[in-house]
Design a protein around this ligand. Sequence first.
Ligand code: AMP
Length: 424
Amino acid sequence: MNKKTICDVDVKGKKCLVRVDFNVPMKDGKITDENRINGALPTIKYLMEHGAKVILCSHLGRPYSIFSKEIKKIKPEDEGKSREELTALTVKKCSLKPVADRLNEILGGKVTFATDVIGEDAKAKVAACKDGEVVLLENLRFHSEETKNDENFCKALAEFCDIYVNDAFGTAHRAHASTAGIAQYGLCEAAVAGFLIGKELDVMGGALENPVRPFVAILGGAKVSDKIGVINNLLEKVDTLVIGGAMAYTFFKAKGYGVGTSLCELDKVDLAKELLKKAEDKKVKLLLPVDTKVAAAFPDPIDAPIEVSVVASNAIPDDMMGLDIGPETQKLYAETVKTAKTVIWNGPMGVFENPVLCEGTVAVAKALSETEGATTIIGGGDSAAAVKKLGFADKMTHISTGGGASLEFLEGIELPGVACLDNK
Ligand code: AMP
């Protein structure tokens, strides 16, 4: 990685403003999954141990902008409510206080919580923060200026910042005040990566730039249009590209197969033809499902019992919908994964939310968990959730903490939250 990290700067006695990802799932004011808190701990502990004043900031959920002049984007159900009512609602749902309490337990009472972001309480708590202690600021998105990357908001945040540390990969594809602006506007003496972002860049960047071959990428999910950039970039790098999910049907159409009532982007068929041609030109093996699990209709609700049959991919009946890869394809994809030395996977192979239609996704997850000595990278989102749910998480080399961010990274786009950091 060509970016500086916290290990490259002297943090002793310095105010280090750390953008973390504490966007944890909550239910009734309780944290239901602490993974993101645990993910940030190595960076926080390193900074504490090295005598920094650690000022943490994050967003959580989709709050109202209660600290800004105007509260925007009021949901229909909250229309007509007073500012006080909206504030109470947002604080109840999206305050970072429960995270501060939990972090304080984990870090042995060294954490204080500021009830605002750049206001009087934050200023007082930061001023009182001693070396080796931590302050967590309230939810950044209580200010609409955060996502607008407002320069004055950046300046106010930068008051808490000798050294800026970005450790939130999940938001690194956004140019917000806390993810890029502070460093972009040159408001601190150094801007460096934390350990979490460092690992993402090392593992994913390493695989893309210098993969041990054979290098296999597996892409699934709903739409080709969401992943055109990723497919294009990966075709320059991989030996084999494996396609699953509804995306496959647009490629079937490009090959002249009927797709029945399957999800298919007709306006992307020509593009799929171009991608097939590019794969051929680049001598990349592009694998499409050889058989398909079909049903009469999309399950409603999504996890409802469903009657399915398996057909060859070039024989999907006109009145049927493809909803998962079939058993022959599962075998083919698992064998392909077995021979790989580097595998990157993003997107489910079928409607994995349904117990009957998750088999393709499970088969791919299992194959990745069984590789010997291969680097296995899960590119966030649904595939990361599937791997964790199936208990394969500790069998993977790396599970990216960013869905959108990892897709943009795989697309070869420089993420604003990384671009703004100091080069080595
Ligand atoms: P994405 O957000 O693009 O990764 O797509 C994930 C979604 O694609 C999941 O909610 C899946 O249910 C859906 N999906 C995968 N395969 C199919 C399919 N064959 N037909 C319809 N939806 C699918």
